[in-house]
Design a protein around this ligand. Structure first.
Ligand code: NAD
Length: 330
């Protein structure tokens, strides 16, 4: 491993660009490759993050100096991985359909790439499909930390820490608020949230045209209110032993696509019983000034550093963000 952790980011949408912006501030990590649907940008000495951040959502990284167009940018990233061009990968791709992330990981596994991965995956079904690839990840001596965004991620891991006060946990409730000024900047996030609305599915949300998304958002004044989401926090808190059943975990939230201000404060509450038989609730509240991007990218990079730490000690396989602690990236 080099002194500076060389990072590749798959996806250059809202979160991919935010990752470039955060990496710009880190001396222990450097962005060396980023790709999107249109192409790839690889720069061993460091990608020009400013150019990536400023890229119009309708353009691709291949339009930037040093970038090149390809209709298989994932395949190009796999090749770079085989050549040892990076130390870790952050997958900031759309989770549409649920099989997409497993298919991307399978390509790395088939090629025998041995590296570290983190994602900000959200859906329970997609997470199940990913965990099923655990033995293959171990066989390639890779370390993959899953669900390392805000939820699942920061809030779910906080629930594991908070659960330590109790001998039994009744429920974990996550209520998030996200404000984005323009849905175009986070297209996958918005579509995936639409998929949670009553009457919608992942497939239906994926098939919607931009005009149809606009029409839906016009009807709701730009807001989506989501209840009882199919979120992998349930699976991951079960894996960590915080709860026994998925129905003890509830995730919901409000997304405003017309203002960067959070429509509601994000909280994680955990209710349990202490060894003295007293029932109590801990509440973890995120500061309203922290954007979705801040609460996803910080943890994702912190977990990527942890993934490298684990892999350097011979610990391979797929783990949830509830099973490890993120590290601080200086
Ligand atoms: P986005 O739509 O803004 O960007 C997606 C990027 O992926 C684009 O650059 C697109 O070109 C690229 N892409 C799509 N298909 C590709 C392919 N086949 N090959 C290469 N590149 C491809 O997405 P976003 O809003 O930044 O969200 C990214 C992911 O982050 C979503 O899955 C979302 O659910 C997740 N997310 C997680 C959390 C969390 O807290 N866990 C919060 C927000 C978003």
């Amino acid at each position: 491993m080099n002194d500076v952790i060389r990072v590749a980011v798959l996806g250059a949408g809202g979160l991919g660009k935010a990752a470039a912006a955060v990496l710009e501030r880190k001396r222990e990590m450097r962005l060396v490759a980023i790709c999107d649907r249109g192409g790839i940008l690889h720069a061993p000495a460091g990608v020009d993050s400013g150019a990536v951040i400023a890229l119009d959502p309708k353009r691709f990284v291949c339009d930037l100096s040093g970038g090149y167009a390809t209709n298989d940018s994932i395949g190009e990233m796999v090749e770079l991985g085989r050549a040892g061009a990076y130390d870790g990968v952050f997958l900031a791709l759309p989770n549409l359909p649920n099989e997409f992330f497993p298919s991307v990981l399978t390509r790395f596994l088939d090629a025998g790439v041995s590296t570290c991965f983190v994602d900000a995956l959200k859906r329970t079904k997609a997470a199940e499909l990913m965990f099923a690839l655990g033995d293959r990840v171990t066989a390639t001596k890779s370390t993959y930390l899953l669900g390392c965004g805000a939820t699942p991620g920061l809030l779910t891991a906080a629930a594991v820490v908070a659960a330590q006060s109790f001998v039994s946990v009744e429920r974990v409730k996550i209520r998030w608020g996200v404000g984005i000024a323009n849905w175009d900047a986070y297209r996958a996030t918005v579509r995936e949230d639409i998929a949670h609305l009553p009457g919608y599915t992942v497939e239906k949300a994926q098939a919607m045209t931009d005009a149809e998304v606009d029409t839906l958002l016009d009807k709701t004044d730009g807001r989506l209110v989501l209840e009882e989401m199919e979120h992998a926090d349930d699976l991951m808190l079960q894996r960590a032993g915080v709860v026994e059943r998925a129905d003890q975990v509830e995730v919901g939230g409000v997304l405003d696509t017309r203002s960067a201000k959070k429509p509601v404060t994000t909280t994680m509450t955990i209710t349990g019983t202490t060894f003295q038989g007293l029932r109590a609730t801990h509440t973890f509240t995120l500061g309203d000034e922290t954007s979705m991007a801040a609460n996803v990218i910080g943890p994702a990079l912190g977990y990527l550093k942890r993934a490298l730490w684990l892999r350097a000690r011979g610990i391979h396989g797929i783990f949830g963000s509830t099973e490890q602690m993120p590290m601080i990236v200086r």
